[in-house]
Design a binder for this molecule. Structure first.
Ligand SMILES: *[C@@H]1O[C@H](CO)[C@@H](O)[C@H](O)[C@H]1NC(C)=O
Ligand SMILES: *[C@@H]1O[C@H](CO)[C@@H](O)[C@H](O)[C@H]1NC(C)=O
Ligand SMILES: *[C@@H]1O[C@H](CO)[C@@H](O)[C@H](O)[C@H]1NC(C)=O
Length: 399
């Protein structure tokens, strides 16, 4: 064997090792999934390398790749696409082209990306908004918001809330021909978090007369207290969204101080004064048996108070909507929750379903046994198309 062949063989073995990801048996299209996972993994490794060298924050490096994934606001034969600002927050507006005799429904959409990445211009969000506008004959507002690490909580939340409140003004709704009683809010992942948060806030905002008709939460992140739920345990090293990245997203959303991340990982971040909140994320009582399996519930421990004094955001319901007490949940609009089996965030969504039902809210829970985090976002996956259809059909019937 020549030297060249030897080198090739080693490179080949290394590549195969790098690309191959063990996947559960019921995952469809495993090789395409591994391809996308390898892209993401390479980006993460590069960004980690840049961070270790002290060049740039992990997510700031990842952000550099975003423009390659963005498309301009281009109208097509069915939908007119424009960009504008609502209360100084940039948004994309999708209006169906066909004439409408009556006022239209509207969906206010919030993109995901761990509060650190993403935009309404990303091709997959742009496609989803077009599809939703066309299929529902609805006006879709896809909002942007300023991102962490540069802009921590509450700025991303406030941007979204300001943008939504701007939209909900009578004259703006009239301008877009929107029926004020048929408006919904939706988002995926971190966008699902923001959707749940603004929906709660709006319900108790005395200045807003308009009530939302529905909220639709796609694998949302909803709580900061317990990063050791069964779904975090089972999917800690899962493809696309391993636990370390999710915890890093959460901590960067709240603060750039890495001590919060460390405390979250070692379960030292919740102060004794806030230990009553553990009730709201108690998976032993809030998860159905199907998700608890044989996992052992350790009552979580409370830690020292300094972190929560410095960064109270992680205990704020606007950051962690699952921490709202029942009185804040009562009266929320009919809710759609999508959860995926292979997702650290699965149990956040499942527990919210239980809590909403207990508070008398009408909930449709779609759990995908063969789903994974980001399934709707990845282009043209069979599972993504199925879940998208289910979601749009629900909106069609309920919005
Ligand atoms: C426009 O709508 C028609 C009918 O639903 C569909 O066949 C076509 O693909 C749509 N065009 C685009 C660009 O999405
Ligand atoms: C969680 O619920 C279980 C019973 O389902 C209970 O024994 C336990 O004390 C609860 N823990 C907390 C922190 O609320
Ligand atoms: C977005 O939608 C267009 C038109 O339907 C399609 O041609 C394109 O492949 C889609 N892009 C992605 C990344 O899904």
């Amino acid at each position: 064997m020549g030297r060249k062949t030897g080198v090739l063989l080693i490179v080949g073995v290394f590549l195969a090792y790098y690309i191959y990801t063990p996947l559960p048996d019921n995952i469809e299209e495993p090789w395409r999934l591994m391809f996308f996972n390898t892209l993401l993994k390479s980006m993460t490794h590069l960004a980690t390398f840049a961070e270790v060298l002290g060049i740039s924050n992990l997510f700031d490096t990842m952000k550099l790749f975003s423009p390659f994934d963005e498309v301009p606001p281009t109208s097509d034969e069915n939908v007119t696409v424009t960009e504008t600002t609502f209360n100084n927050v940039p948004v994309r507006v999708y209006v169906p082209r066909r004439k409408s005799e009556t006022l239209r429904r509207a969906l206010f959409y919030i993109h995901g990306g761990g509060w650190c990445l993403g935009s309404a211009a990303m091709v997959n969000y742009d496609n989803l908004s077009r599809l939703t506008a066309h299929r529902l004959d609805a006006v879709v507002i896809s909002t942007n918001y300023r991102l962490a690490p540069k802009y921590n909580f509450p700025i991303p939340f406030e941007d979204v809330y300001n943008s939504l409140k701007w939209f909900l003004q009578q004259d703006i709704l009239e301008k877009y021909g929107v029926h004020p009683e048929r408006i919904g809010v939706s988002g995926d992942s971190a966008g699902g978090n923001l959707a749940a948060a603004v929906t709660q806030q709006l319900l108790h905002d005395p200045n807003i007369k308009i009530k939302l008709k529905v909220q639709a939460l796609i694998y949302p992140a909803l709580q900061t207290l317990d990063m050791d739920l069964p779904s975090y345990r089972e999917n800690a090293f899962s493809f696309f969204l391993p636990k370390w990245i999710m915890v890093r997203f959460w901590s960067e959303y709240i603060t750039t101080d890495r001590s919060l991340e460390k405390a979250m990982l070692s379960k030292q971040h919740v102060p004794v004064e806030a230990s009553h909140l553990f009730n709201f994320v108690n998976w032993s009582s809030l998860l159905p048996e199907k998700f608890k399996k044989s996992h052992f519930y350790n009552s979580p421990t409370a830690g020292p108070s300094q972190l929560a004094k410095k960064y109270p955001g992680f205990l704020d319901v606007r950051a962690a909507p699952l921490l709202a007490d029942d009185s804040k949940l009562r009266g929320l609009p009919p809710t759609y929750v999508l959860t995926c089996q292979y997702d650290v965030l699965r149990d956040d969504g499942v527990m919210y379903v239980t809590r909403l039902k207990n508070a008398g809210v009408q909930v449709t829970h779609n759990h995908a046994d063969d789903g994974f985090h980001g399934a709707l976002y990845l282009p043209n996956f069979k599972i993504g198309e199925r879940l998208k259809n289910h979601y749009i059909n629900w909106l069609s019937e309920n919005l």
